[in-house]
Design a protein around this ligand. Structure first.
Ligand SMILES: *Cc1c(COP(=O)(O)O)cnc(C)c1O
Length: 240
């Protein structure tokens, strides 16, 4: 894509290794096992060839935020790739997203009607999907549940079996885009505490996953308990 700084396959592979090393370092600092954090390589705006380069370096899990782009890119990619949708999802794109054969999770479920649509589409396609509930934690991004009551209603519907094809796994959040590292950590910490409260209220739901942290703040995410970090720029280079 015009304006992208295209990295060579070797550079992408080096970046995957460097990010993995940084994740391990952040885990060590936090007294955590590095295998407790999964890396989602965010390939949005980058071509299928970049994804293949990362796969060559052992990275199999990717993130995309636009359904159409993901569908056409992943059509040409191997089954062994795994895809998470991480961007705002319109209801009329849900079926297309769930039709991508490598899709395993939708991390950005931010409202109840979207959950209803995901259930409908899964039922008609005869598949299940994992989801995370996205929590609004920063001023810049408009996405995400804003009130604890709305999160509770969604989880309560999930716990009651209203969405049998949907398996909720935890929460996702983007930190406010600020230079103040303490503010970033505080935002992630409040999402973790929300998850802890919800896990106590809904013991039947597996809410172990916390997707928190991007290129600029995955260390803070890991310090606050992230089990998933979503890293694009530090692996694939700048986007247009
Ligand atoms: C683009 C994106 C990322 C990756 O951001 P980088 O700063 O490039 O690492 C992570 N999460 C979401 C939701 C995104 O849209």
């Amino acid at each position: 894509m015009e304006g992208n700084c295209v990295l060579s396959d070797g550079e992408v592979a080096e970046n995957v290794a460097a990010v993995r090393a940084e994740i391990a370092e952040a885990c060590a600092e936090a007294g955590r096992d590095p295998s407790s954090v999964r890396l989602v390589a965010v390939s949005k705006f980058h071509p299928a060839g970049a994804v293949l380069a990362a796969m060559g370096a052992g990275q199999l899990l990717f993130g995309e935020n636009r359904v159409q782009e993901a569908a056409s890119k992943f059509a040409s990619l191997p089954e062994s790739a795994e895809l998470h949708m991480i961007g705002s999802l319109q209801r009329n794109k849900v079926r297309a997203a769930l039709s991508i054969r490598q899709l395993s999770a939708i991390e950005s479920v931010d409202r109840l009607p979207l959950l209803e649509e995901i259930e409908r589409a899964c039922a008609s396609l005869g598949r299940n999907v994992d989801v995370l509930l996205e929590i609004h934690a920063g001023e810049e991004s408009k996405a995400g549940f804003r009130s604890e009551d709305d999160v509770r209603s969604a989880l309560s519907a999930l716990a009651c079996g209203s969405f049998p094809h949907v398996r909720v796994r935890g929460l996702m959040a983007m930190a406010p885009n600020v230079v103040d590292r303490a503010a970033v950590r505080a935002a992630f910490g409040s999402v973790r505490r929300l998850r802890d409260r919800m896990a106590a209220e809904f013991p039947s739901l597996p809410l172990g996953e916390l997707s928190m942290g991007m290129s600029g703040d995955f260390r803070e995410g890991i310090a606050e308990g992230a089990t998933v970090v979503r890293v694009g720029t530090a692996i694939f280079g700048r986007r247009a």
